[in-house]
Design a protein around this ligand. Structure first.
Ligand SMILES: Nc1ncnc2c1ncn2[C@@H]1O[C@H](COP(=O)(O)OP(=O)(O)OP(=O)(O)O)[C@@H](O)[C@H]1O
Length: 258
């Protein structure tokens, strides 16, 4: 069956506004992300990127505007609401417990309880099932991990980022938001994370990526949305612009109708 353009939209934001007292962090933000598309969210310090991500991931509630997921307007008042709507966010701190192992972190707060009712009642977990699912989800992302018993603090930054991304897609997210996923990584590890972003988008996941690195945006994103003083001022195909064009849009030196 032929799909309409509407079928392809994973996330649509219309006229989102959010103020903190007298600070208008977001005034009017509108854009769409299609399924399988990687969109860079760009903007100078204080442009409103984090506030927007927090509105989509249920940490803040927008004062105005609509969040539409797969064609349906959703009310997101908590991180649980966001997850229920199929939105997972990988924050910069990755929200992991370093002393826990990979499987424990992948299933943090969503552990699989033991099948045996008595052991279940005693609080035992089904570690075999959790390890099996962990292997499946990391293999699906072509991420090779030496041992699932490895503690997070023994992993490289790139491996940690991979676990955080795997955790997001493990739960069937349609939309994954990433806050500067390669900011703390070296060249090789950044390349691995970029590869991972390509893998999840090729599986139909829509990705919104905050970045200050124009090369990263050019390498990874299909489109870039630019916020300027709380308003979306540009929505461009990254192949149509240079890194310098993006910087001009970010600093407000030039503008494109969003
Ligand atoms: N909880 C808050 N209370 C008051 N003001 C806030 C709050 N959160 C953000 N702001 C203000 O809203 C504006 C947008 O901030 P935001 O953190 O969203 O920008 P950003 O684009 O993510 O910046 P950066 O790239 O520096 O992280 C800023 O003026 C900021 O000071």
């Amino acid at each position: 069956m032929a799909r309409t353009a509407l079928d392809q939209t994973a996330l649509e934001l219309t006229n989102i506004a959010k103020s903190f007292g007298g600070v208008h962090a977001l005034k009017d933000v509108s854009f769409k992300i299609n399924k399988g598309e990687v969109v860079g969210l760009l903007g100078d310090n204080g442009a409103g990127k984090s506030t927007l991500v927090k509105c989509i991931s249920g940490i803040h509630s927008p004062d105005k505007g609509d969040i539409i997921v797969n064609g349906e307007t959703v009310k997101i008042s908590s991180p649980e609401d966001a997850r229920d709507a199929g939105i997972e966010t990988v924050f910069q701190d990755l929200a992991m417990i370093p002393e826990f192992d990979i499987v424990q972190n992948l299933f943090l707060n969503r552990e699989i309880k033991h099948k045996n009712p008595i052991l279940r009642w005693l609080g035992w977990l089904d570690t075999k099932a959790m390890t099996r699912r962990a292997r499946k989800s990391l293999n699906r992302l072509n991420t090779r991990i030496p041992s699932y018993k490895e503690k997070i603090h023994n992993l490289s930054g790139g491996q940690r980022q991979a676990i955080a991304i795997a955790r997001a897609v493990n739960w069937g997210a349609d939309i994954v938001i990433m806050d500067e996923p390669t900011a703390a990584l070296g060249v090789e590890q950044s390349a691995q994370v970029n590869e991972l972003i390509k893998v999840i988008s090729s599986q139909g996941v829509a990705v919104l990526l905050i970045s200050h690195n124009m090369q990263h945006v050019k390498d990874t994103c299909d489109r870039a949305v630019v916020l300027y003083q709380g308003t979306s001022v540009a929505d461009v195909c990254v192949n149509d612009v240079t890194k310098e064009d993006l910087v001009s849009l970010i600093t407000g030196a030039t503008s494109v109708a969003a």
